[in-house]
Design a protein around this ligand. Structure first.
Ligand SMILES: Nc1ncnc2c1ncn2[C@@H]1O[C@H](COP(=O)(O)OP(=O)(O)OP(=O)(O)O)[C@@H](O)[C@H]1O
Length: 406
């Protein structure tokens, strides 16, 4: 265990990959944890089992005398009314992720400019997760110091502290994430385009701020977008996978699979366009209630990308560190499918990928303004460009007619 952690420290690799290695190489984790970190990180359904809703997962501790406050997976087992850091009184559960439990708390020492209600992300007790949490704090501090007026749509970070050996991150408290909004208001049909437009604009403002700060989010998905009570303000959250742009190591597991850009899967150098791709996937999902690329594996994801956009440019394939896992020497696609008899994975050469009509995917929007709809389609077409160098940039997106309404 220690040896593995030492290795990961030297490599300075992303949180996702660290978890992947950790789970593959130790037996300390349950099968379920292993599933979460492998390529099936997202499970069968987008909502998966990774997040619990408000009020779920609470453990009421009857005997306050014992000193083991963690469950077997290292999550802190909090109690309502418990006081953290001598000032934050836990009032409710907000959610639970792979890395943390998030609780709502009342700040008993709030100053006049502080929010009275906060969200506290209690990181699981584990050396790797602690280090990832520290990295998250440093990125959050960078983003917050460049946005003192809180106008850039990134969740407001307040402070951090240690409590019973758990790193705790304090944020403003928001109401719910967009996965929950979709479930509640737009299951299988999506939200109205005016709402999608308002959220898109705020998301692109957040991405612009990230770009100015040279930060890549690397885990954009509806679960990591929070809205306020009125549902009219959106903020990006969970910077646990975020990193500074530059020469980062290539890993095929960065970003939750459905939202993963093709350059990640192919093993090309990546930069800000990877977050734009994820935002595109989210905008489609918000407008239709459906996942655009629900691939079961990375190989399946590439097939779905090509069904929508046609074959990859050969130049791009030649540069990919993982291209040969999915293509043959002549750069023809090898679909990996299950052999119906042996049930083992087998390669199937696909010479002609059947193209889907993008227009028909974004067509069933009764009652929507036709101009807004055609602008929305145009924006998505410009986002879903396979070559990251040719994908729309965040500044171009902010002046796109779908966003400006002109
Ligand atoms: N500031 C907040 N206000 C309200 N709810 C929040 C807040 N921060 C997080 N949450 C809720 O808690 C969930 C988990 O938070 P977060 O994604 O930061 O944790 P994580 O452990 O890193 O999760 P993941 O499994 O996605 O990596 C969010 O999806 C959201 O529902």
């Amino acid at each position: 265990m220690i040896a593995i952690l030492r290795t990961t420290r030297k490599l300075k690799i992303s949180r996702t990959l660290q978890m992947h290695l950790l789970v593959r190489q130790t037996s300390m984790w349950s099968e379920r944890s292993a599933d979460m970190f492998c390529d099936d990180i997202f499970g069968e359904s987008p909502a998966g089992f990774r997040k619990l809703g408000k009020g779920d997962g609470l453990c009421i501790e009857k005997n306050a005398l014992h000193d083991n406050w963690d469950d077997p997976e290292g999550y802190y087992t909090h109690r309502f009314g418990e006081l953290l850091d001598g000032r934050y009184e836990i009032t409710a559960a907000h959610g639970k992720g792979v890395f943390s439990t998030v609780v709502r708390a009342k700040d008993l020492k709030a100053g006049k400019d502080d929010p009275e209600v906060v969200a506290i992300k209690i990181i699981r007790k584990n050396e790797t997760m602690y280090k990832a949490g520290k990295q998250e704090v440093s990125i959050l501090e960078k983003l917050a110091s460049a946005d003192r007026e809180d106008r850039r749509h990134c969740v407001r970070f307040i402070s951090s502290f240690m409590y019973r050996n758990h790193l705790c991150l304090v944020f403003e408290s928001l109401n719910m994430n967009l996965r929950e909004v979709l479930k509640k208001f737009g299951r299988n049909i999506g939200l109205k385009l005016t709402a999608v437009r308002a959220y898109s604009k705020q998301l692109f403002i957040a991405l612009k701020h990230l770009k100015n700060c040279k930060v890549l989010h690397c885990d954009i998905k509806p679960d990591n977008m929070l809205v306020n009570d009125a549902k009219n303000v959106l903020k990006l959250c969970d910077f646990g996978n975020a990193m500074l742009a530059g020469m980062n190591e290539v890993t095929p597991y960065l970003v939750s699979r459905f939202y993963r850009a093709p350059e990640i899967i192919l093993g090309l150098p990546y930069d800000h366009p990877l977050d734009i791709w994820s935002v595109g996937c989210c905008l489609y999902e918000l407008s239709t209630g459906k996942v655009l690329f629900p691939g079961a594996t990375n190989n399946d994801m590439l097939r779905l990308h090509m069904e929508l956009k046609g074959p990859f440019p050969k130049k791009m394939l030649r540069k990919g560190a993982f291209t040969m896992q999915h293509f043959d020497q002549d750069l023809n696609f090898n679909a990996i499918e299950e052999d119906p008899v042996t049930k083992k994975p087998m390669r199937k050469l696909i010479l002609n990928i059947k193209l889907k009509d993008f227009g028909s995917l974004v067509s069933n929007f009764p009652g929507e303004d036709p101009k807004m709809l055609s602008n929305f389609k145009d924006l998505l077409e410009k986002i879903f460009v396979l070559d990251p160098d040719k994908r729309i940039t965040v500044s171009q997106a902010l002046s796109h007619p779908f966003i400006t309404g002109k």
